[in-house]
Write a protein that binds this ligand. Structure first.
Ligand code: MG
Length: 394
C-alpha cells in the first residue's frame, strides 16, 4: 500500500496545469508525496513531454494526433507511455488516480471530466464549463460513483473553504475584479482589441477565460457553476466587484456572520487546497498576504447595463434545463470569433443573448437534458446557430 497521492492533470500545459505542476514541484516538508499518473495537452507537445519527464508521469497524452510521432520521440527511452487523440485523453482521465485536475477550457473538457467522475476520483475542477453545461448530470454521476468535486476556480474554492454549515447559508457572494474594463465606457468597450481584452489586471490566464473576464461572462458562468456545485438557488448568489481580488468570495450565514477567504491572487493556493484536501499543504515559496501593505479593500455593485453577461447567466440558470448549455456554447463561439477579429467585443454578449433568447422561446426550452448526449446535441445546435447569426451580422 502506497500512501502517495496519485494525480492526473487534464490540460497540463495550460495556466491551471502549469500552476498545478508548480505546486507539485514545490515538494516542501509536510507536503503530500505526489505521484503523477496522466498528463494531457491539446497541442503543446514539447511542454507536455518536458512536464512528463520532470514529474516522471506514467503517461503523456496529446489530444491533437498529428503531434503523436513527436511526442513518442521526445519520450523515447524514458519509460513514459505516449498516446494521442480524444479517446486517449478520456482513457487517461479514467486511469486510476486519487485526484484528477480538470484544467481543460470549454465544453471540450466535459468528456474527460466525466471519465474522472466515473472512476470515483476527487475532481479538482477548474473546467467551469463542464459544471455549467452538465451540472445536474455530473452531480448525479458523482453521487453514484463516490466522486467528489473540489473546486479550484478561486471563488468557488474560497466558498468551499468557508462553507461549514450549508443549511445555515443565506447567501453566497462571488467576488470579481470587474475585469480590465471595469471603468470603461460603452464606446471604449466597442473598440476593444483582443490584445487589450486578454490583459487581465491581477491573474495571468489563458485567452478564453481572459476574454470571459473582460465581458464578465466568466462571472456569469461562475454564478451558474456555484448554483450547481453548492446546490444553491441563483437568487441566493450575489456578485460583488472587488478590484483588489484579495477576498476570493464570501458566505453569509443566517446569524449575520459573513465568512471570507483571503489571499493574494495566485492559483497555487486553491489548487494546493484541492490536492491536499481534507488537509492543507505548505507552500513556502508563495508570497504572503500583507494587508497593511495593501491598505484598503474596495467593493461596488456590478453594472449589469455595461456587462449584460451577468443577467444572461441569471436568466439561463433560472430557466434551467439546457439553457446554460446554450449560453455557454454561444459564448465559446463568439469569443473565438472575437479572438479572430471577426466580431467586436460588445457583440460577444449580444449574440450570446440573442441565441439564448431564441432557445428560451423555442419548444426545446422546457426539455431537461437526460443524458450527456443530450448535452452535446444542444451544444452542437447552439454552435451552428451562433455561427449562422454571426455570418448574418457580418
Ligand atoms: Mg474564477
Amino acid at each position: 500500500m502506497s500512501n502517495r497521492t496519485r494525480v492526473s492533470i487534464l490540460g497540463a500545459t495550460g495556466s491551471v496545469g502549469e500552476s498545478t505542476l508548480s505546486v507539485i514541484a514545490e515538494n516542501a516538508p509536510g507536503a503530500p508525496d505526489f505521484e503523477v499518473v496522466a498528463l494531457t495537452a491539446n497541442t503543446s507537445v514539447e511542454a507536455l513531454a518536458a512536464a512528463a519527464i520532470s514529474t516522471k508521469a506514467e503517461i503523456a497524452i496529446i489530444a491533437d494526433e498529428k503531434h503523436y510521432a513527436q511526442l513518442k520521440s521526445l519520450l523515447a527511452g524514458t519509460g513514459i507511455e505516449a498516446a494521442a487523440g480524444a479517446n486517449a485523453v478520456n482513457e487517461g482521465a479514467a486511469r486510476p488516480a486519487d485526484v484528477v485536475v480538470a484544467g481543460i477550457v470549454g465544453i471540450a473538457g466535459l468528456p474527460p471530466t466525466l471519465e474522472a467522475v466515473r472512476q470515483g476520483a476527487r475532481v479538482a475542477l477548474a473546467n467551469k464549463e463542464s459544471m455549467v453545461c452538465a451540472g445536474q448530470l455530473l452531480r448525479q454521476e458523482a453521487a453514484r460513483t463516490g466522486a467528489r468535486f473540489l473546486p479550484i476556480d478561486s471563488e468557488h474554492n474560497a466558498i468551499f473553504q468557508v462553507l461549514d454549515r450549508p443549511q445555515r447559508v443565506e447567501k453566497l457572494i462571488l467576488t470579481s475584479s470587474g475585469g480590465p474594463f471595469r471603468s470603461a465606457s460603452q464606446q471604449e468597450m466597442a473598440a476593444v482589441t483582443p490584445e487589450q481584452a486578454v490583459a487581465h489586471p491581477n491573474f495571468a490566464m489563458g485567452a478564453k477565460i481572459s476574454i470571459d473576464s473582460a465581458t464578465m461572462m466568466n462571472k456569469g458562468l461562475e454564478l451558474i457553476e456555484a448554483a450547481y456545485l453548492f446546490d444553491t438557488p441563483v437568487e441566493r448568489i450575489e456578485v460583488l466587484i472587488h478590484p483588489q481580488q484579495i477576498i476570493h468570495s464570501l458566505v453569509a450565514y443566517d446569524d449575520g456572520s459573513v465568512l471570507a477567504q483571503l489571499g493574494l491572487p495566485d492559483m497555487r493556493t486553491p489548487i494546493s487546497y484541492a490536492l491536499a484536501w481534507p488537509d492543507r499543504m505548505p507552500l513556502p515559496g508563495l508570497e504572503r498576504l500583507d494587508l497593511a501593505k495593501i491598505g484598503r479593500l474596495d467593493f461596488l455593485p456590478p453594472d449589469t447595463e455595461r456587462f449584460p453577461a451577468l443577467s444572461l447567466a441569471r436568466a439561463a440558470v433560472a430557466a434551467g434545463g439546457a439553457a446554460p448549455i446554450v449560453l455557454n456554447g454561444a459564448n465559446e463561439v463568439a469569443v473565438a470569433a472575437f479572438l479572430q477579429r471577426r466580431i467586436g467585443f460588445l457583440t460577444i454578449a449580444q449574440v450570446a443573448g440573442e441565441v439564448l433568447d431564441e432557445f428560451l422561446n423555442s419548444a426545446s426550452a422546457n426539455a431537461v437534458p437526460a443524458t450527456f448526449d443530450d448535452v452535446y446535441e444542444t451544444d452542437r445546435w447552439t454552435r451552428r446557430r451562433t455561427i449562422e447569426k454571426l455570418r448574418l451580422a457580418a
